[in-house]
Design a protein around this ligand. Structure first.
Ligand SMILES: [Zn+2]
Length: 189
């Protein structure tokens, strides 16, 4: 097991569309185990493979776990997709790849998700509230989207300026390619 480096905005690797997992290998199982270890260590309640630089449709979540209550209920989702969305909910979101920022995001309140587990078995789960929000947030990562793409332009621009300044002060470089989300599928030619 190993802790992985979590990429941070505006790393352009966060903006790629991830590829489906074709085959469940020992390497993939190891990646999922390392992602879970990294998620618990950060700590977070979800992590998507592109956040650790691997462009595959693989997500780990545990929305039951808190630092106070150490009981873990890890869930590994291979090739997850959302089958149904219903209702609206506003949640104050954060992201391990978006340092020093939280904002309210509106999403579906209830989703039905389908994926496979690491044994290739189908998982179908209905989720509401925080768990539904977490699923939608993590699946966004697989298409190169971050929660800051779903907030007002004003709030987003303020965060971008703040992040630019922090990076400049830390001696880092700004990647314009990672600043914007990829074009929606519908508008691609
Ligand atoms: Zn995230």
């Amino acid at each position: 097991m190993a802790l992985l480096d979590v990429l941070q905005f505006p790393d352009p690797r966060l903006r790629r569309r991830s590829e489906p997992v074709e085959k469940i290998t020992d390497e993939l199982r190891q990646l999922a185990a390392d992602m879970l270890e990294t998620m618990y260590d950060e700590p977070g309640i979800g992590l998507a493979a592109p956040q650790v630089g691997v462009p595959l449709r693989l997500v780990v979540v545990d929305t039951e776990w808190t630092e106070e209550d150490a009981e873990r209920s890890p869930l590994v989702l291979v090739n997850p997709e959302i089958l149904e969305r219903e209702g609206r909910i506003v949640w104050n979101e954060g992201c391990l790849s978006v340092p020093d920022f939280n904002a309210e995001v509106e999403r579906a309140e209830r989703v039905v998700l389908r994926a496979t587990d690491l044994d290739g078995k189908e998982i179908v789960e209905e989720a509401r509230g925080l768990r539904a929000v977490c699923f939608q947030h993590e699946l966004d990562h697989l298409d190169g989207y971050l929660f800051i793409d779903r907030i007002s332009r004003l709030k987003r621009d303020l965060y971008v300026q703040k992040r630019k300044k922090a990076l400049r002060e830390a001696g880092g470089t700004w990647s314009a390619a990672g600043e914007r989300p990829p074009a929606p599928l519908a508008s691609r030619s």
